[in-house]
Design a protein around this ligand. Sequence first.
Ligand code: SAM
Length: 239
Amino acid sequence: MSTSERRTSVRTGVVWDAVVARLEPNARVVDIGGGTGGFAVRLAQQGHAVTVVDPSPDALAALGRRADEAGVADLVTGVQGDVADLSEHITDDVDVVLCHGVLEVVPDPAAALRTIAGVLREGGLLSMLVAQRHAAVVARAMAGHFQQALALLDDPGYRSGATGRGRRYTADEVTALLADAGFTVETTQAVRVFADLVPGSLLDLEPGATAALVDLERAVAGRPEYLPLATQVHLLATH
Ligand SMILES: C[S@@+](CC[C@H](N)C(=O)[O-])C[C@H]1O[C@@H](n2cnc3c(N)ncnc32)[C@H](O)[C@@H]1O
């Protein structure tokens, strides 16, 4: 396993497991802000039809290459677009929407969630992954950036009407946003509780360390007491 594959498995293992456990065969999936297709191509390899909607032409080009190399180009569609105009690009109801690492950067998260709800079929599943504020405060403080940590502690995020770049949420905030858009949250998981604290060299050099860390991340993902320490929060919600 390469260094980047090791990092990916540690960072995304918990999210991947939760999503694939809920997919019906041949699901219709939309990956909003799916970027270069790390998730989309793996889902296509399992037979699901995935449309990635992303504003970045570079990301979409990389997605196309990755899908070709994996032999799943027929199941992966890249669309240059924004979550705000999702309903223009996605006209059929879909089974699953992935929104990973995007709610942090869209100008209007509440409107984005309403738009996502509009493309999901009744009972469809939303996989939501967002940056978590408490962990970001701890990370800044541990790096010696105490003023940044303090500023982040008091950052009201989207409620301030801030520029919208790099928001971080608490689990309660994102749960409330989802509820306001008519979603029912079914599971909430802690993601990357330890992954970002462990030196990369340890994973590179110590045999078995990556697998053991993945197991540890899995073991704490569902424990609420670890949620405030997680770099990201992952929620599965239905509409
Ligand atoms: C942090 S990356 C996350 C990529 C991928 N989903 C992941 O989890 O690794 C954020 C992605 O959102 C895309 N993005 C930014 N603004 C967006 C918007 N308004 N609507 C949809 N995607 C957006 C970016 O181009 C980028 O690919």
